[in-house]
Write a protein that binds this ligand. Structure first.
Ligand SMILES: NC(=O)c1ccc[n+]([C@@H]2O[C@H](COP(=O)([O-])OP(=O)(O)OC[C@H]3O[C@@H](n4cnc5c(N)ncnc54)[C@H](OP(=O)(O)O)[C@@H]3O)[C@@H](O)[C@H]2O)c1
Length: 352
């Protein structure tokens, strides 16, 4: 089977580089176009500002970075980690011109006919695509993946929501600097520091999981009734967002059942054996001081694609519990989830 041609927009950014690296030996997709803004016209390899640890193939390294315009794209699929403002204006233009766009950016995530996808959580929400194309008279389409902290949280909540009635989730995050892009947070603001504010992050964490955990019907998504309160912090780690959650349920909680539900969870990508699907979407660690960012962010058989959970313990009463979990922000929180979503779309014939 020949590979599908892929364009990576904003390919010189933190997420864009992660795409190029993850797609360097991908069995289904091949990067044929890279775009940027200030780096347009340069060779891709020469336009990169950071991150020597990523894999860039000879061919992609030699591509010339194009300006980010629909007419510059000759590809069957577009990955879009564009900055917010550019994504807001450009992504609908790309879809209108017939391009199939999967985006990591936030502006269109909560629109009622835009599927917001974590492949293991809500693959059936891809059914919205048909409605979206009809309503907007687009020959292409737009699919979104969630905010990087919402991605880890929602994947973790899915097997719990399947077996329990989740009432409230109170979650506090410790988020790596790569989440702010490049060059991101000035070094003098973050070294020896924790910043208890990330613009718009708490709002995204509080809204996006309810959409993804909701059910899809004729009039769009009916969101889950789950209530989430988020407190977000930027900390001086490079990659990997750590989150601590306090979860209240309607039913009495059995901690062993929680551990079993998390570690036994498998989704459609695992059933279909998609190339970027980890065998265990959620890994449960038993050691009392894990997960740790430095030790566990690449745990599992597809590096960076598993959420790693631990410290599962009782809350204030027998209808609550606490836990800590870790997910890699540019992989499970961005490029990795989006590539997995595209693999799922390919398996459903949505890229034919
Ligand atoms: N970082 C994360 O962990 C993460 C996780 C989930 C989602 N996201 C989302 O992904 C997107 C990208 O984040 P990032 O961290 O990769 O940012 P970044 O490192 O700051 O990269 C920005 C990229 O956007 C390009 N760019 C800047 N202005 C542009 C414009 N007007 N039109 C087209 N391209 C433009 C830049 O190209 P030049 O270098 O050529 O100027 C560069 O490639 C954002 O929407 C972010 O919210 C990020």
């Amino acid at each position: 089977m020949s590979k599908k041609s892929v364009a990576v927009l904003a390919a010189t950014g933190m997420v864009g580089q992660r795409y190029v690296s993850m797609l360097s030996d991908h069995p289904l997709f091949e990067v044929t176009t890279v775009t940027g803004h200030e780096s347009a016209g340069k060779k891709y390899r020469e336009a990169l500002k950071s991150r020597g640890d990523l894999r860039i193939s000879e061919e992609v390294g030699n591509l010339v970075v194009k300006a980010t315009k629909p007419e510059a794209i000759d590809a069957e699929l577009v990955f879009s980690p564009l900055p917010t403002e550019a994504a807001s204006a450009l992504e609908p233009r790309f879809a209108k011109r017939g391009l199939r766009v999967v985006t990591d950016a936030s502006p269109h995530r909560m629109e009622e006919d835009v599927p917001l996808i974590i492949p293991e959580v809500n693959p059936e929400h891809l059914d919205l695509i048909e409605w979206q194309r009809r309503r907007r008279r687009w020959s292409g389409f737009l699919v979104a993946t969630p905010n990087c902290t919402a991605a880890g949280l929602t994947l973790l909540l899915k097997p719990l929501a399947d077996t329990l009635t989740l009432r409230r989730v109170i979650v506090s995050t410790m988020q790596a600097v790569s989440g702010a892009g490049y060059p991101g947070v000035p070094s003098l603001d973050i070294i020896d520091n924790v910043v208890p504010y990330i613009k718009d992050e708490e709002e995204k964490m509080e809204k996006e999981p309810a959409k993804m955990l909701g059910s899809v019907g004729k009039g769009g998504i009916r969101p889950s009734k789950i209530q989430i309160s988020a407190m977000c912090h930027r900390v001086a780690t490079t990659d990997g967002h750590l989150e601590s959650a306090y979860i209240e349920t309607e039913e009495r909680v059995d901690l062993d059942e929680i551990r079993a539900a998390l570690s036994g969870f498998r989704g459609l990508p695992q059933e279909l054996r998609l190339p970027t699907a980890p065998s265990n979407p959620i890994i449960v660690m038993e050691q009392e001081d894990r997960p740790q960012v430095k030790l566990d962010r690449y745990a599992g058989d597809v590096q960076g694609m598993s959420v790693v959970a631990g410290r599962i313990r009782r809350g204030l009463d027998n209808r609550s519990f606490r836990l800590t979990f870790l997910s890699h922000n540019t992989i499970r929180g961005a490029a990795g989830s989006t590539i997995l979503a595209a693999e799922l779309m390919q398996s459903k014939g949505l890229l034919d």
